[in-house]
Design a binder for this molecule. Structure first.
Ligand SMILES: NC(=O)c1ccc[n+]([C@@H]2O[C@H](COP(=O)([O-])OP(=O)(O)OC[C@H]3O[C@@H](n4cnc5c(N)ncnc54)[C@H](O)[C@@H]3O)[C@@H](O)[C@H]2O)c1
Length: 387
């Protein structure tokens, strides 16, 4: 704005360009003969960051796949406690040391934690360079690799510092899932159940029929398992595509993510992200059932799907009301000072409760108590009248 003789006028305005990301399924990301990754990197100088565990399983394949490319491979630690600005700075230091140019590339190979840290390093280095995400966990493939977001934990708060920085390319390869621990597969399945309940009845039915295939290591990359993963990726892209920078604060994909972060922090990350998401889905599905928008049979179906997959729907941290209400306050702050709470409207649809005042504390406490009773006695009556 120019001030000229007391008058104000707009001199210029700038509109930022839209984000774009491509997600591609490949079966030969690290193939020595014809690696998709080597092809994507081409002649560009690249910093390839891989997590310690993934390096143990796939490091030698990665090194032969990259052959003579102009890459520096850096092995980074994982774990929520190392998902920090310090680790991101250590990645940036390697980029500075290798004189990675502005048209160079960063590549993240690992679970959600690795992808978040590499995405953030790429967004900060030279104020933003291109990056490629290769998710090696189910959470990484269906969620962390897909969104524009990347972030780290800081100030005792989950993902409190971050950026929107779309990857130029996301490569998905089911082969990575074969070495993943069962509980980490369950984490990813919790995210897929979340998406299905919030927005995709077909996916929910497919999960009810075939999700077990993703638990068994030998069938994690079969056609039926891939169909679930691809539908989850497509569903996530659909949700994000119309609202990439979250200008709209009522987001269906926030289902499962209202109190989950507070529970992760309160348990010092003994609850993984996926486990906390499942608890959040169970809690707010129960709340929806109390409010009359999810019938008891559907609630029972969701809880029993989690149970069949070996995913818990109750944990003692749910009795900690300070964390529960603190988590809701934090969600309100994050969602524009309204709770904008996604709740199931049947399976596959969502409605939003906008005001915290319409969500009585007593109702939340009763929902947690019902889930506790249900976890102790599968036969507990899930229908509890309103009031
Ligand atoms: N940016 C986003 O939009 C977004 C979305 C969802 C989740 N996240 C973040 O992602 C994180 C959770 O991701 P996660 O569940 O992948 O956890 P993670 O990154 O900690 O990976 C889980 C474990 O599996 C190991 N691992 C990874 N790939 C493996 C493989 N192929 N075989 C064997 N072990 C392997 C990892 O080393 C780690 O120990 C959270 O911090 C969450 O906040 C971010």
């Amino acid at each position: 704005v120019a001030c000229d003789g007391g008058q104000q006028s707009v001199i210029a305005s700038l509109t930022a360009s839209q984000a774009s990301t491509l997600v591609v399924r490949r079966g030969s990301v690290l193939s020595a003969a014809q690696s998709d990754l080597a092809e994507v990197i081409g002649l560009r100088p690249a910093l390839v960051a891989i997590s310690t565990t993934v390096d143990r399983y796939f490091g030698s394949e990665l090194r032969s796949a990259l052959g003579r490319s102009r890459c520096r491979i850096v092995v980074i630690p994982t774990g929520e406690k190392r998902k920090s600005l310090e680790t991101v700075t250590s990645i940036v230091k390697v980029a500075i040391d290798m004189e990675l140019p502005r048209n160079g590339l960063m590549v993240g190979i690992g679970g959600g934690i690795t992808l978040d840290m590499v995405g953030l390093a790429a967004s900060l280095f030279r104020r933003g360079i291109a990056h490629v995400r290769i998710g090696t966990t189910l959470v990484g493939q269906v969620d962390a690799a897909i969104g524009l977001k990347c972030g780290v934990n800081a100030g005792g708060s989950k993902n409190s510092v971050g950026a929107f920085h779309p990857a130029e390319l996301v490569l998905t390869d089911g082969r990575f899932l074969g070495t993943l621990e069962l509980d980490h597969m369950r984490d990813g399945l919790a995210e897929i159940v979340k998406l299905a309940v919030a927005s995709d009845l077909n996916l929910y039915e497919n999960l009810s029929e075939n999700a077990q295939l993703l638990l068994e290591p030998t069938t994690r990359d079969c056609a039926e398992a891939r169909a679930i993963v691809d539908a989850a990726i497509a569903g996530m892209m659909r949700e994000l595509g119309t609202n990439p920078y979250e200008a709209e604060l009522c987001r269906r994909v926030d289902f499962g993510h209202t109190v989950s972060g507070a529970w992760e922090v309160a348990t010092r990350y003994r609850l993984t992200h996926g486990q906390a998401v499942a608890l959040d889905v169970a809690l707010f599905s129960t709340v929806a059932s109390f409010l009359g928008t999810l019938d008891p049979a559907a609630l029972s179906g969701i809880l029993s799907l989690f149970e069949r997959l070996g995913i818990r729907t109750w944990h003692p941290v749910m009795n900690d009301t300070a964390t529960l209400f603190g988590g809701l306050r934090s969600a309100e702050a994050h969602r524009g000072q309204r709770i904008n709470l996604p709740l199931p409207d049947g399976v596959g649809n969502t409605w939003f409760l906008t005001d915290r005042a319409d969500l009585p504390d007593k109702l939340l406490i009763r929902a947690c108590a019902l889930l506790e009773a249900h976890s102790r006695n599968q036969e507990v009556q899930l229908h509890v009248s309103k009031g």
